[in-house]
Design a protein. Sequence first.
Length: 722
Amino acid sequence: MAEQLQGTLERIVFANEEKQFLVAEFQPEKESRKVTITGILPGVQCGESLLLQGEWVRHPQHGPQFRVESFEARLPASVHGIRRYLGSGLIPGIGKTYAGKIVDHFGEDTLKVISEQSARLREVPGIGAERARRIKQGWEEQRALRSVMVFLQTYGISANRCLRLVKRYGEATEDILRKDPYRLADEIEGIGFATADQIAVNLGLPSDGAERIRAALRHSLQKAAEEGHTAVPRGDLVARSTEVLGLSAEAVEPVLDQAVGRGEILAVQEGTLLQRKDLAHAETRAARSLRRLQASPSALPGIVVDKAIEWAAAREGAGFAFAPEQAEAIRGALEAPVAVLTGGPGTGKTTLLRALTAILRAKKVRIALASPTGRAAQRLAGATGMRAHTVHRLLGIDPQGGFQHGEDEPLETDFLIVDEASMLDIRLAASLLAAVPVGAHLLLVGDANQLPSVGPGDFLRNLIESGQFPVVRLQRVFRQAEESPIVDLAYRVLGGEARFPQPAQRAPAPVGGEGGLQWILAESPEECVEKTCGLVDAIGRLVPGTDPLRDLQVLVPLHKGVAGVGNFNQRLKEILNPRPPATVNGRPDLAVGDKVIQQRNNYEVGLFNGDIGRIVEVDAKDGRVVLEVEGERYALERGQSGDLALAYAITVHKSQGSEYPVLVLPLLRQHYLLLRRNLVYTALTRGKQAVFFVGDLAAYGMAVRQTADTRRSTDLVRKIGG
C-alpha cells in the first residue's frame, strides 16, 4: 500500500536530465531526520514543499530510501519555507540575499505578492522596475514549466526543452499542446514527430486523421532537409510518410494533394519534386540575387588585368610566376561579377587570394572577406593580411533570427570574397547573396571534393553545375605541398587508391619526418576507443609542444555506438578535463574547462551551429554558463545551455572550415553507413602537422572505394537558369 511523505526537498544528490530521475535528500514535516528519496520528479527544486506517494525500499549499499511513484508540488506556507524556496535560485533575479529581503518585508504573504501584486516588489530596497519584471516573469515561467513537465514527463522530453516550450508559449503551453501536439515537432528543435505522435495517441487523436498525415508530411520533408535535400521526389515523400504513419499511400496522397493545393508544400518541375516553402524561397532568392549580380555593370575602377597580374607576381619575389590557372582565376575574378575558384590543398589558393586582394587594395577597392566559420575566417585574414569575418557577423546578427544586411541594406563593399564556400547551406547563401550590392563582384572559393554543407542544399556544386558562372579549377600541387604526406594522401584518396601508403602499427610513434601520417591498428570498437584515448593522453610526448585542448581534435564518422561521438566525449573528458561537473538546468555534465560545441543557431546570444569554445564559468543556481569562443565570451542564461555538447570529439561534418595541427580519426567497419571517399578526404584535409588513423584498414579501403552517388536533391540549378 502506497505511503505518503510531506516535507521539503533539501538537496539534489543526482539528476538524470533525460529521464528526470532524481536522488535527493528530503526533510519530512515534524521529523528531525532527513531521508533519501528516489524517483521521477520533473522540475523540482531545492526548497520546494512536496507531497510524495510511494513506498519504502532498502538499497543494498545506501540503506532505506523512499521510492516516489507520484508527487504534488505545494508552495511553502511558513516564512522559513518561503525563504528557503526563493533562496534556492529557482526564480531568476532572486538569490539568497534578495530572498531574505523580500520575505522580511512581506512575510507569509510573499508568494501571493509575487504572483498577484508583483508591482509591490519595488517596495523592497534594491528592487527596481526591471528586477521586479524579471522576478514576475521567472515566477510565471516556473509555474508553467512545472505544469508542462508533469504533463510531458512520460515522453522523455528534457527540462531544457520544456523550458524552451514555456518561453515560446508562456502560460498557454499545456493548452496548446493538448489541442495540437504536432506543433512540438514543427516548432521546437530536438522534439521529433515520434514524440509528438505519442502524445497525440495518448490524447486520443485518430491515427488516420488529416492533421496527423500533414504532420508526417512535414516531418518527412524535415528529415530530407536534415539529409541535405531541398527538394524531394513526390514518390519518395509519400514512401517516407507512409513508413512513419503505418498507413497506405492511398491514405496519404489526398492529404498531400490538399497541402500542395493550399501552398503548404510547393511542387516544382511539373510536380515531380516537392519542397518546403522556406527552402524553395531560399533557392528562389539565391537565384534571383545571382541573376541580379550577373546583369549589373561592374563598379570596379578600370584595371588593366595583364599588367595587374604581372605587378602582383613581382610582389611575390624575383623569378615568381603564376601558374596559368592561377592567372586565369585572377582574371576571372576581376572581369566577371560572379566567379568560382575551386581546388584542393596545396594548389595555391592562398597565394592567389593574397595577390588578388593586393591588386584590389592598390586600386582603393572596398573589399570584404568572409567564411562560414571563425577558424576559416582567421586563416583567410592571415593569408591576405586583412580583416575577415564569419558570414553571420559580416551580415550583422539580428536577435530575432535574421540579419541586418540584406536587399534593403546591402553590404558596403565593392568586392566580396567568401572562402570555404562549400560549407554554405542554401539559407545562409541566399541571405549572403541578397546583401551583395549592385555592381559588386563576388568570388566564391572552396573545395568541391569536400563534404557538402551541414545544412540543406549543395550551393557551391549547384553553381558549378549551372554553367552560368566562370569556374577555375586549381589542380597543380606545388612543391611544399607535394612534400607533405597528408596532402599526398588526400590526392591518393581522390584518385581512388584504396591502399594506405604506410605500414600499420600497433602503437603510435613520435612524430618526425614522415611520421606526420600514421595508422594505429584497432580491430574492435572497444580497442579503437582505448587506443584513441591512450594516444590523446600521450600526445605531448608524440608531438612535442601540442596542447591537446587547443591543437588536437578527434573526428568521428558517427554519433552513436561504442566508437561514436558520444562515448568518445565521455572517455576523453575523463582524460582532458577530469574536474567534477556541475548540474545546470538538470544536466549534470558541464564543467569549467570543458571543450564544447554549439548545436543550434542562437541569434539572441550570437552563437551559431558549429561554434566551438571552452566553458569558463558555471553558475548552477542561476542556470548560467559562460562560454569563450575565438577570444570572445558569451553568457548563456537558463535553458540556453541545452544547445551545448562536449566537443573533445566531433563529427567530420562539424569540422569543416577548421584546421588542426594534430588530428585523430577513428575509422572502423562499424562506421559503414557513412564510409565515403569525400568523408575521408574532408577529414584528412583538416590535419596540418600530424594525422593518426585508429582502426581497421579494411574500413579505409571501403571508404575510398565508395563512390556511390550521394548527390543531394535540389532545384537551384533550374532556378538559376530562370
